[in-house]
Design a protein around this ligand. Structure first.
Ligand SMILES: [Ca+2]
Ligand SMILES: [Ca+2]
Ligand SMILES: [Ca+2]
Length: 266
């Protein structure tokens, strides 16, 4: 008789961690699928471009650059990506923290290189919005997103167009600029392209918030599609009564052990 309340306490603690009290932006960790460093920086005071992967063709051989590195190359006209990889929320998007920074040289994007799909896990939970940050080069290309849920069901969005990084768009709630009018870097001769044009775009999608999202698959159609990261708006689970059994069912977070314990004790 003493043990059952102990189990309930444990369940309540787990629930607090798994279900936010109010909607919260989750910066999905997508580093496991990154395969390219596409941002030149100047960590240590020198321009670091070795090992960078071009975002466009190997002939053109251009990639992005941080603000500090661009300013070092051209104090009067150099401008690039924010050094800390952070984009504050505005009317189109939540706070976004991408994986590049001026101080780090490591894979920070997924160059598609082919039309093969790629998948990353998410913090399991209920989401009513997922944003993806990406570009296309050598012209626009289409892509879609597949939401994979904990009940093993999945849904794939309609195909959307990722604009070329030099394209201008009319912003909507579903497609917007995360950043625009950047300079870029010419890997052929290690010089700044003071072009004030390339963008990274944001794309907003609506998963089924009634199901627990477990992973996201990105389906590109071009080798010149590049993915930079993703965020999700995690919402409180919509349940009337937090009965331990129903809470567990909705969580679907591998709490099988606790369930087994509860059953044994019950
Ligand atoms: Ca410039
Ligand atoms: Ca343009
Ligand atoms: Ca532009």
């Amino acid at each position: 008789m003493m043990q059952k309340p102990l189990v309930l306490t444990t369940l309540a603690t787990v629930s607090l961690f798994a279900i936010p009290a109010q909607a919260v932006t989750i910066q999905f960790n997508t580093t496991s699928i990154f395969n390219a460093d596409v941002v030149v920086n100047n960590a240590g005071g020198t321009i670091n471009s070795a090992g960078r992967t071009p975002l466009d063709s190997s002939t053109s051989n251009r990639t992005l650059i941080t603000n500090s590195a661009a300013a070092q190359l051209s104090p009067t006209s150099g401008n690039g990506l924010p050094d800390n990889g952070f984009f504050a929320a505005n009317s189109f998007h939540p706070d976004v923290q991408l994986s590049f920074s001026n101080s780090t040289s490591r894979p920070n994007a997924r160059r598609a290189f082919s039309s093969t799909s790629f998948n990353f896990p998410v913090t399991a939970g209920n989401y009513d919005r997922v944003d993806v940050f990406a570009i296309s080069t050598q012209g626009s290309s289409n892509f879609s997103i597949t939401f994979n849920y904990s009940d093993l069901s999945s849904t794939t969005t309609a195909s959307v167009s990722a604009p070329d990084w030099f394209d201008e768009i009319t912003q909507t709630t579903s497609r917007y600029y995360l950043v625009n009018d950047l300079d870029r870097f010419n890997l052929n001769n290690n010089t700044l392209d003071n072009v004030n044009d390339p963008a990274i775009f944001g794309f907003s999608f609506t998963p089924d918030s009634a199901r627990t999202l477990s992973s996201i698959t990105v389906n590109p159609t071009s080798q010149f599609f590049t993915f930079f990261g993703s965020t999700g708006n995690q919402i409180p689970t919509q349940t009337a009564t937090p009965e331990p059994a129903s809470t567990l069912a909705i969580l679907g977070l591998g709490l099988g052990t606790l369930v087994a314990k509860a059953r044994k004790l019950g």
